[in-house]
Ligand binder design. Structure first.
Ligand code: AMP
Length: 248
């Protein structure tokens, strides 16, 4: 079985994101970029399935500028077999991303597609669901455990009310949550080895996808500064302070 894993280049989760001067985007110059953390978990899960002998090829795929090669090389260093970059300088929103992945799925015919449950830059949580709809295959989102049983998979999902366990037929789309696994540490020899692994580049225009942005961002603003709190000595003072602020 082949597994396709989606790997998005995002601003590293440790960076304090800042809005640019024009207010039409965030500052990315000189900012550390990384693999979307959920996607690293997705790669790890695919590798563990292959290590158990239940998959024979892991293909990491990304859509973005040529700089996304860096994140695909990270996936290759983790252990993915090959990578595909669909190159575009334009902003790619979830529906466009899902259409691109659908094209790749038609070409590659994987048994499983793993994605992150959300990308930490847009926090959309949409691409996996849209891909499953386009592909007309089952989906299991926010997986916190995954078990392959031949032609089906049992997925534990983290939902608001607790955990939900579902069985899905393969091929299927699975989006992964934080507690699914702990991604492996990439060692230097693996980084060197990854440089020789195949990385194919396809121009987005070659795929003939029409998915103009559905969402237009007018401007970005930082959240208002939080006011400093005050210390109170007694419950009466607390109640008075809450009344002053119109909370009570
Ligand atoms: P989103 O729906 O934007 O929150 O993204 C959910 C998941 O879809 C991400 O965690 C990635 O696995 C995948 N994805 C979305 N956009 C891209 C992209 N441009 N390149 C690679 N993977 C992507």
């Amino acid at each position: 079985m082949k597994i396709l894993v989606c790997v998005k280049r995002v601003i590293d989760y440790n960076v304090r994101v800042q809005i640019n001067r024009q207010g039409d985007g965030v500052i990315t110059d000189g900012v550390k970029m990384s693999v979307n953390p959920f996607d690293e978990i997705a790669v790890e899960e695919a590798l563990q399935i292959r290590d158990r002998g239940d998959a024979d090829e892991i293909v990491a795929v990304s859509i973005g500028t040529s700089a996304s090669q860096q994140q695909l090389r990270t996936a290759l260093a983790m252990g993915a077999d090959r990578a595909i970059l669909v190159e575009s300088d334009d902003e790619i929103q979830p529906l466009a991303a899902a259409r691109v992945f659908h094209k790749l799925v038609e070409k590659e015919q994987p048994g499983l597609v793993f994605l992150g449950k959300q990308a930490i830059d847009d926090d959309s949580n949409q691409t996996g669901q849209m891909l499953a709809a386009l592909w007309q295959r089952p989906q299991a989102t926010s997986a916190s455990s995954f078990e392959l049983n031949g032609e089906t998979a049992r997925v534990t999902r983290e939902v608001d009310a607790g955990l939900e366990i579902i069985d899905i037929d393969l091929p299927a789309v699975v989006t992964v949550d934080l507690r699914l696994n702990e991604p492996r540490f990439v060692k230097m020899p693996d980084i060197m080895k990854a440089k020789r692994k195949p990385l194919e580049t396809i121009a987005l225009s070659e795929l003939g996808i029409d998915a103009p942005p559905a969402l237009e961002t007018k401007n970005y603003e930082p959240p208002p500064q939080r006011q400093a709190g005050i210390m109170v000595e007694t419950v009466d003072e607390l109640i008075a302070a809450l009344r002053d602020r119109g909370v009570l």
